[in-house]
Design a protein around this ligand. Structure first.
Ligand SMILES: Nc1nc2c(ncn2[C@@H]2O[C@H](COP(=O)(O)OP(=O)(O)OP(=O)(O)O)[C@@H](O)[C@H]2O)c(=O)[nH]1
Ligand SMILES: [Mg+2]
Length: 331
């Protein structure tokens, strides 16, 4: 496993860069899971191998590779501008120095989004409201999160706030039964806010540590459904003025720049406090993580790299950057 050598932020771009592996214990499973995203940046290695000097063509090809890997304009422009600055100042003077510099810029860009979600034990229950478009992995992520909190010895309750489809309620109930976690649900078609309100009441009276509320998938263009989320929040606040303690957007990395658009729109409607990016194992579009970081700066809490509970990982910027651009020997 790798981790980034932490350094003081000097704000001086590539000059202050020092990124190095500190420990190597065979192949990191995360690297395997992120193979497709890594392959989207693989072209950088052949570009550098084929370059005898750093010229405009090389920089443009690096730029194209970053854009093709779904990093988006804002992140790509920032990385390329800072690379040029390093070159201009003579800090990056030969091709071998380019990838370590790019890697360091990727890290600098995304590191501020590494903010682990700490469950405050004084907030009982600590409430997570899960939101996102259809099929991104909200309910699956709830199951994984519940598993994580159970393993930490916390008591967990789930609220079946996706009342649109009977199958959605069943999916959550089945998970709860398997794991001995209470699920508060009503029949499909019920008012989502009412279900979540009941659940919060119940969790509070039973002294539950963590309440996780599911919601139906919705598009940000569906105004009435976005208002429903705002209502869910208002209703929760009648029981606990600080709830929800986390409004977490789930996005599917495979949707690339759409994930960025979803984050932007949901953030405008319901003010997100965190994002979980799922399905990074099955896509070459993981670069969208950097687009989200550059444009929105919302904490990236977890990444999903598979379907089992262990495949939800707290987001660690250093490990992630090393897994998608494994450059060693920087500095
Ligand atoms: N490979 C992979 N599959 C995932 C991951 N997260 C979720 N899935 C799969 O994505 C599919 C959809 O997951 P759900 O949890 O039902 O998605 P949802 O957002 O609740 O969907 P709706 O309730 O219909 O809006 C399921 O088949 C999951 O197993 C992940 O990190 N990796
Ligand atoms: Mg669901």
């Amino acid at each position: 496993m790798f981790s980034i050598f932490r350094r003081k932020k000097s704000g001086q771009g590539v000059e202050s860069t020092q990124v190095r592996p500190v420990e190597q214990t065979g192949v990191d499973p995360l690297e395997q899971r992120l193979e497709r995203t890594r392959s989207s940046l693989g072209g950088l290695f052949s570009l550098i191998r084929g370059a005898s000097t750093i010229d405009e063509d090389l920089i443009e090809e690096i730029e194209t590779t970053l854009l093709t890997a779904d990093m988006g304009i804002t992140a790509t422009t920032r990385i390329i501008d800072r690379l040029r600055e390093g070159i201009r100042r003579g800090i990056v003077s030969e091709p071998a120095q380019v990838l370590p510099a790019v890697q360091a810029e990727l890290y600098d860009l995304i590191e501020p989004c590494e903010q682990f979600l700490a469950v405050d034990p004084d907030k009982k229950p600590f409430v997570l409201l899960m939101v996102g478009v259809n099929g991104v992995g909200k309910t699956t992520t709830i199951g994984k999160l519940a598993r994580r909190y159970l393993d930490e010895g916390k008591s967990v309750m789930l609220a079946a706030g996706d009342t649109f489809r009977a199958a959605a309620v069943e999916q959550l109930k089945a998970w709860g039964e398997r794991n001995g976690v209470p699920v508060v649900a009503q029949q499909s078609g019920a008012d989502s806010a009412a279900v979540i309100f009941d659940a919060l009441h119940s969790a509070k009276s039973r002294g539950v540590d963590v309440l996780i509320a599911d919601t139906a998938g919705r598009l940000h263009t569906q105004g009435h459904l976005m208002q429903e989320l705002a209502k869910v929040k208002r209703v929760m606040q009648k029981v606990d003025a600080e709830a929800p303690h986390e409004t977490m957007l789930v996005v599917d990395a495979g949707t690339g720049q759409n994930a960025l658009a979803q984050a932007r729109e949901f953030n405008q409607s319901v003010t997100l406090t965190g994002i979980t990016v799922t399905k990074l194992d099955g896509t070459a579009r993981g670069g969208v993580m950097f687009a989200i970081a550059a444009e929105l700066g919302i904490p990236i809490r977890f990444i999903g790299v598979g379907e089992s509970a262990a495949d939800l990982r707290p987001f660690d910027a250093g490990t992630f950057v090393h897994a998608i651009l494994p450059v060693e020997n920087a500095g």
